[in-house]
Design a protein around this ligand. Structure first.
Ligand code: CMC
Length: 428
């Protein structure tokens, strides 16, 4: 017999279905609760709310496990490429050699931007944050394909998925080029996804740019590590916007904006700014940690996670990668020493231990980006580049799921009760 949960309300007992996932996660299905009892549930921040069933990504936050389509993140980071991982997320299986070639061909085929995009960059102030530029331009893509935007058309969905994956590196690199007054570099389709990104960021028409293989490998790994993370803030945004049948570009543009916040993807920029501040002002991490513990408005950026109550497996891979990248570029970074010192202190400090606060994916990624010469305000853009296949896969899944409905949470109203309108001359 199917398992149920019993709810006793106002002396009446209700049976609620229990849903079980493939890794043994359990949920109480309350979808009929209001219809049968008149009650809703309250869950600020949705910490206990499952908004969908998904077969894409599995996280066990207590054990520090992350898997895409059943493959552990450590295995993919070591053996896969970003495009192969993107294929896995989008299609559910690892590609054969032939499937990967075709997929790569689709992605590279669409990598150019319409020439009108050049003018659009010029409409932004030079100092515009590239997340604002990129999110606007991704939304703008919908204006170029107005006849085929129906999210219920499977073939059109697929075509737009290729386009957005293909054009995003060009858009992001051009946002950087525009901000430094350099000419835009066209994509080179014979390069890998990550090498091409570096070429468009750092190449100039005046000189050939040799992409360092260790750096393009590091970018590829970073993109893999960021590629999906189930129902986080930006992915939930992607799904909720998509649930209104908004097109892929509108949904992705919204997800990019959700990612920008410092509590989410913007944390990688915030971590470097924090480490730079400590380096310039406090010199040691200890004094800063003491401030974090005393002042609720000061957070140790790159630490803590809604789901991980253990070491974030992505941070583990990144910590190991950091030294390799510094070695490849032949530099050292005092911020790395501060980060390692802070991590060691925090992991043995009662405040952080009791709250189960561990380094998350953003703690070390910024040090790697910085070593490669990627400007701080581009860090979150790289996060968005990595997350795009995850967002698209989740959006596709939403449209294939017969159970999906428009996302529309309820509320408990705590404002004024009905009252009489008083004309302005009588108010006092
Ligand atoms: N520094 C200091 N204290 C913290 C931190 C932190 N980074 N994170 C959580 N806490 C404390 C918090 O003050 C609270 O303490 P108390 O119980 O005494 O009030 C407790 O830990 C629980 O925190 P919370 O804010 O209720 O936890 P949450 O699940 O709502 O927030 C978080 C998760 C990621 C927003 C939060 O840990 C945070 O602000 N971290 C810093 C920002 C960051 O690194 N974000 C990147 C997250 S990973 C990548 C991504 O999602 O994009």
């Amino acid at each position: 017999m199917a398992k149920t949960a019993q709810l006793i309300l106002d002396g009446k007992t209700y049976e609620l279905p229990v849903v079980e996932g493939s890794e043994g996660e359990r949920a109480i299905d309350i979808s009929k609760l209001r219809a049968t009892t008149g009650y809703i549930t309250m869950d600020p921040g949705y910490a206990n709310t499952g908004s969908c069933s998904s077969a894409i990504t599995y996280i066990d936050g207590e054990e520090g496990i992350l898997q895409y389509r059943g493959y552990p993140i450590e295995t993919l980071a070591k053996n896969s490429t970003f495009l192969e991982t993107a294929y896995l997320l989008l299609h559910g299986e690892l590609p054969t050699g032939d499937e990967l070639s075709k997929f790569t061909e689709h992605i590279t085929y669409h990598s150019l931007l319409h020439e009108d995009f050049r003018h659009m960059y010029r409409a932004f102030p030079l100092r515009a944050h590239p997340m604002a530029v990129v999110s606007s331009l991704v939304g703008t893509l919908s204006t170029f394909y107005q006849d085929s935007l129906d999210p219920l058309d499977e073939q059109a969905r697929q075509e737009h998925a290729y386009r957005i994956m293909a054009k995003l590196p060009t858009m992001c690199a051009w946002a950087y080029k525009y901000s430094v007054g350099h000419p835009f570099m066209f994509p080179k389709n014979r390069l890998s996804y990550s090498a091409n990104l570096l070429h468009m960021m750092f190449g100039t028409p005046a000189e050939d740019y040799e992409v360092h293989p260790a750096l393009s490998k590091a970018i590829d790994t970073l993109l893999i590590l960021h590629a999906d993370h189930e129902q986080n803030c930006s992915t939930s945004t992607m799904r909720i916007v998509g649930s209104s049948h908004a097109n892929l570009y509108a949904s992705a543009s919204s997800a990019i904006n959700a990612l920008w916040g410092p509590l989410h993807g913007g944390a990688n920029q915030a971590v470097i700014e924090m480490l730079q501040y400590i380096n310039a002002n406090e010199k040691s991490g200890r004094a800063f940690l003491e401030r974090v513990k005393k002042d609720p408005d000061v957070r140790l950026m790159g630490f803590g996670h809604r789901v991980y109550k253990n070491y974030d497996p992505r941070a583990k891979v990144l910590k190991e990668m950091t030294r390799d990248v510094l070695e490849a570029v032949g530099t050292s970074n005092p911020l790395l020493d501060i980060a390692i010192e802070i991590e060691e202190m925090a992991l043995s400090d009662d405040y952080f231990v009791q709250r189960k606060l561990y380094p998350n994916v953003d703690f070390y990624s910024g040090i790697i980006y910085q070593a490669m010469g990627i400007p701080v305000n581009m860090f979150t853009v790289f996060f968005a580049l990595g997350r795009m296949p995850g967002w698209i896969s989740q959006w596709m899944e939403l449209h294939q799921d017969p159970a999906s409905r428009i996302g529309r949470p309820r509320q408990i109203y705590v404002g004024e009760n009905k009252r009489e309108y008083v004309p302005i001359e009588k108010r006092g």
